[in-house]
Design a protein around this ligand. Sequence first.
Ligand SMILES: C[S@@+](CC[C@H](N)C(=O)[O-])C[C@H]1O[C@@H](n2cnc3c(N)ncnc32)[C@H](O)[C@@H]1O
Length: 419
Amino acid sequence: MEREGEKSAVVAVVTEPRFAQRYRDYLEKQQLLDWQHRVQKLRDGTVALPVLAGALAERHVRELRDRVAPGSTCMLTRLLHPLPSKKARVCSPAQRLCRELRRWAEDRGVAWSADLEAGVPRSWQRHGDLMLLGEDCFPAEPWRSLEPELWDAVASALGVRRLAKRGRVLPDGTRTPSVTLLLGDHGWVEHTDNGIRYTFDVTQCMFSFGNITEKLRVASLSCAGEVLVDLYAGIGYFTLPFLVHAGAAFVHACEWNPHAALALRKNLEINGVADRCQIHFGDNRKLQLSNTADRVNLGLIPSSQEGWPVACQVLRKDVGGILHIHQNVESFSGKNPQGIVPGERGSGRAGNVGGEMLSSAIRPEWESWAESAETQIASLLHQVHGKLWRTRILRVHPVKSYAPHVDHIVLDLECRPVL
Ligand SMILES: C[S@@+](CC[C@H](N)C(=O)[O-])C[C@H]1O[C@@H](n2cnc3c(N)ncnc32)[C@H](O)[C@@H]1O
């Protein structure tokens, strides 16, 4: 799956200037360079090379650091203000689409107008032969009179067979996107990410593009022999990397959206890991499981707080384990340089995230949220297990910028019973 015409989620590999050319040659050879965006020098003097996030795998990061440029610092970041490359400025895919639709409309005797032009999409997501368009495109007027032939023309201009249009993610807890199919007879798509195949129905389930850095990090964890509970499994965004790459022995995956649970089942099967996962269909707050997990993933934003009691309940009583707690946190304390993953808590120095040394400082708002979460979890653990627990913040790191001044972050919290 690839994003086209979007400015908001450009992923880049960051390194020191002296390694930039070697990185560039390697990324170009691997067809990972994003030609739509310019290589940028960041404020801390490092160089960011935009890449095609969907094709980038953890092994590429390893190769860059270990083989291509030993001694280099290889980081992943999201460019909040990506700059279009010269090539992209000459004629963007959106401009090409506009030109072709104009020609198509005029061939049908329709006078091109500013209103028509305003409705032409400027961004979209490609899922194989299905293009998912943004919610503001082709508003009812003045485009309605050109439907349904319009959809064939758009599909042909974009080189796909199916078209769908996105609405807002419904605030109904299932994170269901309101997506309408415009052309084609079904919304099932498939794509491969870091060697894992995902299939899902775009009209029924959401896919989180922005979570690539966290998915790569999860994939690089070493979870051999561990039992994981994924409280918000969706179609398997984290369940699958934990099983396929991190080597988790078993995953209990909770999901209450029937469409996501169906896609998750298929994804476990096509990736050959169905025998190591049990899907718990329904509300995870009623989960009948306890004293089982070495690790719990709480991948729900804006907050997974409602899942904290059950996360404490499923942790192993004898040795405890690690919680990965996602949260959207508002901050107004100045910019985090290009959203680079920060270091260890409070240290302000480089930290080791996903096996990579990453620099920059943690925001105070993240830290105070993490401290408050730690206190609440310690008290929940006491209540649930009837004894004292020791908690320790291992890391706080950003996944993506969710909105202006709002960051999606993850807290890794170690929880151990006091013996
Ligand atoms: C954001 S989505 C999947 C997130 C995924 N971990 C990611 O970041 O890409 C969260 C999923 O949790 C499910 N969910 C939310 N609340 C739930 C609950 N109380 N019990 C079970 N599933 C829940 C939703 O249906 C949705 O599929």
